[in-house]
Design a protein around this ligand. Structure first.
Ligand SMILES: *Cc1c(COP(=O)(O)O)cnc(C)c1O
Length: 335
């Protein structure tokens, strides 16, 4: 059944539909499954990535509420913050990024390059905080300053993951289904869980017989499953639809490694594989770990050689440059 989102305020910020690329050399290298990559990394604004679909709904809501200042959160190398900054530039909104040093990474590349350089380029006001407590204090200050200056703020949660943001990936499920419905499995990274939640709800509403293979990059499978469930239910309420029991959802945390933003050998291997077979660039924090989960699944036989798999490329390219020194080191180890 088609999903009707026409009652939900939305701006057009990206170029849709994103391509669905057939990846024959990648499929061959893995010895089996037909793999297609859904290119949400190339959607036209702010270097691309999954947060743009959420921003179309979130920023429509903020504008309707009369906001002229958008505040959001993230880690130092947040892709969500960077895409929000670019979208705000396009819409003429002020963007305040309250960022927390939550990843055990340091050095010039991580602290200044990648997304940080682009945040600045897009004109965002960046506030760097050492601890969650400081983040809360700084957020309150940013709100107070805006009020004192007569500006109206809208606050977007980490990763843009609330019911309104999730709508972006309900729409994405519909878009992908329209491109190719004969898919057995969709592989996607799970961070703040809005992307997986939108796909899970969209698949349910379409009555689409496809597995959603959600690969955690920051939390345990149990935590991420609970996050996805909660967001699906909140979004179902917003739309006034039932959400079902999500039997099509699989959540795995086998590729997280030591933690969020911490690199693993399996992730670098997956990055090289996608790059050298298809010229597709993954990122070390999200899509690279989801791809490592895909590779592990094929090797263990959990993903069968006759399956058709759509890998959701959620973007994150600027983040790769934040890890460039590590990328170089991991390559040197190979030769
Ligand atoms: C934020 C992000 C994700 C995860 O999406 P969530 O909706 O937060 O789960 C995946 N990939 C990239 C590149 C991201 O920036």
């Amino acid at each position: 059944m088609p999903i009707d989102l026409s009652g939900q305020p939305r701006l057009t910020l990206g170029t849709w539909p994103t391509p669905l690329d057939e990846c024959p050399r990648l499929s061959e290298a893995l010895g089996g499954p037909r793999i297609l990559v859904k290119r949400d990394d190339v959607n036209g604004l702010g270097v691309g990535g999954n947060k743009l679909r959420k921003a179309e709904f979130l920023l429509a809501q903020a504008r309707n509420e009369g906001a002229d200042t958008i505040i959001t959160f993230g880690a130092v190398q947040t892709n969500h913050g960077r895409q929000t900054a670019a979208a705000c530039a396009r819409l003429g909104l002020r963007c305040e990024l309250v960022l927390t040093k939550s990843v055990p990474m340091s050095g010039e590349a991580y602290e200044r390059s990648g997304n940080m350089a682009l945040d600045n380029l897009y004109g965002a006001h960046v506030h760097l905080c050492d601890t969650p407590e400081e983040t809360a204090d700084v957020y309150n200050q940013v709100v107070a300053t805006a009020e004192a200056e007569g500006r109206k703020t809208a606050t977007i949660p980490v990763g843009g993951s609330n019911a309104v943001g999730v709508l972006g990936y309900v729409a994405a499920a519909q878009e992908l289904h329209g491109q190719l419905s004969e898919i057995d499995r969709i592989v996607v990274a799970v961070g703040s869980a809005g992307t997986a939640a939108g796909l899970a709800l969209g698949i349910h509403l379409l009555g689409w017989p496809v597995l959603l293979d959600a690969q955690c990059v920051s939390h345990t499978a149990e935590e991420s499953r609970a996050d996805i469930r909660r967001l699906v239910d909140e979004t179902g309420q917003l739309l006034g639809v039932g959400t079902g029991d999500l039997t099509h959802l699989r959540v795995s945390d086998g590729s997280v490694g030591p933690g969020y933003g911490v690199t693993t050998d399996e992730m670098w291997e997956a990055l090289r594989l996608f790059a050298r077979t298809e010229g597709i660039t993954l990122d070390p924090v999200y899509s690279g770990k989801a791809a490592a989960g895909l590779v592990a699944g094929v090797r263990s036989g959990a993903i069968g050689p006759d399956e058709t798999v759509a890998f959701m490329h959620t973007g994150g390219l600027p983040g790769l440059f934040a890890y460039a020194p590590e990328l170089v080191r991991s390559s040197e180890n190979l030769r």
